[in-house]
Design a protein around this ligand. Sequence first.
Ligand SMILES: C[S@@+](CC[C@H](N)C(=O)[O-])C[C@H]1O[C@@H](n2cnc3c(N)ncnc32)[C@H](O)[C@@H]1O
Length: 207
Amino acid sequence: MAKEHWRQKQSLDKYFLESKAKGFRSRSAFKLQEIDQKLKLFSSNISILDLGSTPGGWSQYISKKNHKKLNIIATDINVMTKINGVSFFQGDFTEKSTQETLINMNKNNRFNVILSDISPNKSGNKITDQYIFYDLISNILEFSKIALINEGKIVIKVFHGLGFEDFTNDCRKIFETVKFFKPKACRTDSKETYMIAKNIRYNSKNE
Ligand SMILES: C[S@@+](CC[C@H](N)C(=O)[O-])C[C@H]1O[C@@H](n2cnc3c(N)ncnc32)[C@H](O)[C@@H]1O
């Protein structure tokens, strides 16, 4: 899409305008809001990991619930400007050292909720991009086996197309419940949707 056309489309977008009005750094905040309204993700005194957090719309949305005494840890390969109540680590999630740091930041405890809105930069080759994407989020699934509590919830952005079915099958091996939800705030022409899974199967922790 030509840059000018994209800008025009963005400035007419109701979620874009609402995010500006409400001070959210991204229109993505409304996707998390819809998911949360549907699933009630954030009970009191829990720890949450926000993967691919920059520029910070999701972390801002969660931090507004800080009366619930939430422990919010966010990470991104790119820097994120400070948000009160959110501890941020800049790193590549695929690196083991980043994953270890995130667990250390949670005082070596497992998280109650893991969120991923990660999407890597596009190379221009759709097939390569899908491979890179599913490789990355498969990493998140593996990580969840050691970093999420048994009754925990995980929300991962996924894209329909190559890799989607295999990934869904992998999720079903690990989690008892796997569902999909496409918030209204997702662009209609986008192939993105959100996989929401909960309750780790006993066996997958012993693999
Ligand atoms: C769509 S944006 C996330 C928007 C964010 N949820 C918000 O509400 O503002 C996707 C993010 O994934 C990050 N990302 C891509 N690859 C990554 C990786 N390997 N490790 C960590 N973050 C990554 C990008 O830097 C980008 O900021």
